[in-house]
Design a protein around this ligand. Sequence first.
Ligand code: NAP
Length: 331
Amino acid sequence: MKYKPADARYEKTRYNRCGRSGLMLPAVSLGLWHNFGDVDKFEIGRAMVRRAFDLGITHFDLANNYGPPAGSAERNFGKILKLDLAKYRDEMIISTKAGYWMWPGPYGEWGSRKYLLASLDQSLKRLGLDYVDIFYSHRFDLNTPLDETMSALDTAVKQGKAIYTGISNYGPAQTAEAAKILRRLGSPCLIHQPNYSMLDRWIEDGLLGVLEKEGIGCICFSPLAQGLLTDKYLKGIPKNSRAAKPHGFLKREQVTEQVLKKVSALNTIARKRGQTLAQMALAWVLRDKRITTVLIGASRVEQVEQNIAALNNLKFAADELERIEKILKGD
Ligand SMILES: NC(=O)c1ccc[n+]([C@@H]2O[C@H](COP(=O)([O-])OP(=O)(O)OC[C@H]3O[C@@H](n4cnc5c(N)ncnc54)[C@H](OP(=O)(O)O)[C@@H]3O)[C@@H](O)[C@H]2O)c1
């Protein structure tokens, strides 16, 4: 059926400024790492993207290697764009990345100009686009001069193949250096994409301070710790869950007693707040004003709906934050 986006889509969410840039991003963004590959049902992915757009989610995050197989998430998203969203391209922020293994030989991963620029061309073909909005270096490469990696991002912008530059999984000192180089080149770093959730707080230890100082936005990936920070694993591992899938990045062994004890205690607090645990976990990440947006994944439409509804209750009382802190510390 022909898709017509909801007229009221911009009344459903909130938009935050990305660092000190001119770009606003939705407080909740949708990532296509899982559930959009050729191993997944195309119509479910398509329905999630449409629903997300209807709810005001304007930002869709990809990478060259998303699938499986690698590349298929970009190809499937390209199909969805063509079928449903081509007319709305200017209302969307689409990102992709290069850094992880993509093709054999010495030019198929890491941070050389050769790899990054060839990968971006391949991504654009799969997506059926002339440009992406954000092009990321997906990981820091110890063996390539940072000047070279950053110059590839800058070239992508100057070629008109990307509008903004971004980095992902870079540490605080690497980020400060990358920011300096990109500013000098004239393509300032728009955004950093690190892992951040109640169960993984490494960015509190230096990175957030660097981002604030440099005026770089922060989009946090896996804010639900791949689904651990929901109530779904409290009674075992459900059949359709990420931990149960052979290609899921979350492994059964990661669903431990110790984690579940914390999750169960957090779930009680969430219920008292009138939220699901997923919603509280997202609100908790967004409590820090340096966070621009939470980058969620979803395997069905209802999850997209539930997660965006987290925005209905973002406030935490001081004693709630204290209790959460105690649980996370394992006291
Ligand atoms: N830059 C990087 O290196 C990097 C790395 C990883 C991810 N990312 C980006 O971040 C995005 C999100 O990562 P993620 O998928 O790990 O995020 P996440 O939001 O932590 O986990 C998403 C998964 O949690 C479950 N879920 C979501 N909402 C739920 C709800 N309301 N109730 C119950 N379960 C729920 C679903 O899994 P089930 O299948 O179990 O339903 C869903 O696929 C990726 O798509 C990608 O764009 C980037």
